[in-house]
Design a protein around this ligand. Structure first.
Ligand SMILES: [Zn+2]
Length: 225
């Protein structure tokens, strides 16, 4: 089918229009932010892993966090504590809310319980991580799901030494950002599918008795008349 006005085929129309100029959207800005926060966290947590004093490495992670004020010789202890809350507790809580059919927040993003695709991204990400690490995320989930009742999985940092806890926290933090990246990628796909595709289609214009083949460009042009 050729356009009645410009005589182009759909392929020629798409060539003429060229690739759409990429417009930076809200999603792109969020993605750039998440990618940069992820890179910062990767660097920071890498510094923790090498910076934790040897003599403290085998202490209980939760004990050290509970007494973080006392362990002032570890300069970054406060950062570790708040990262644990954001990433491990935060992801655990988000997953619990999503499972209950409630709205879940992760970073600046929210997962609507009616949005099956995003809900799956969040839950699958958390569940696969729990399987890999052999521990439940969050404080309140310990042993309640997914594991044999006689052999409940530890929750969060339960039973981890400081060195191990920092490694676990690093993985959880990377997951926290990876899930956000996947959520934003899903938003990108949705955004792209909403854009009108350029082509040629039968169009009925005002003042014409029957539909004529028109390309998207000419149609928009004539509608502006
Ligand atoms: Zn045309």
């Amino acid at each position: 089918m050729k356009c009645w006005v410009c005589g182009r085929t759909p392929e020629e129309v798409r060539d003429a229009v060229g690739k759409p100029v990429p417009v930076e959207t809200e999603v792109d800005r969020s993605m750039a932010k998440v990618v940069s926060m992820k890179a910062n966290f990767a660097k920071m947590s890498g510094d923790w892993a090498v910076g934790v004093p040897e003599q403290f490495k085998s202490m209980d992670f939760r004990f050290v966090m509970k007494n973080a004020d006392q362990f002032r010789s570890i300069a970054f202890i406060g950062d570790v504590e708040s990262a644990g809350k954001s990433y491990v507790d935060g992801l655990g809580e988000a997953a619990t809310r999503a499972r209950k059919g409630e709205e879940a927040g992760i970073g600046e993003l929210t997962v609507d319980p009616k949005d099956a695709k995003r809900r799956e991204i969040l839950l699958k990400g958390v569940e696969e991580f729990e399987k890999r690490s052999g521990r439940m995320m969050g404080i309140q989930n310990g042993g309640k799901r997914g594991s044999a009742p006689d052999r409940p999985m530890p929750a969060g940092f339960e039973g981890l030494r400081l060195g191990e806890g920092i490694r676990y926290l690093r993985d959880a933090g990377m997951l926290y950002y990876s899930i956000q990246q996947s959520l934003l990628e899903a938003a990108k796909v949705e955004e792209a599918s909403k854009k009108p595709a350029f082509g040629v289609g039968a169009t009925r214009l005002g003042g014409f008795s029957k539909a004529v083949p028109l390309c998207t460009v000419c149609e928009n042009l004539i509608r502006e008349l």
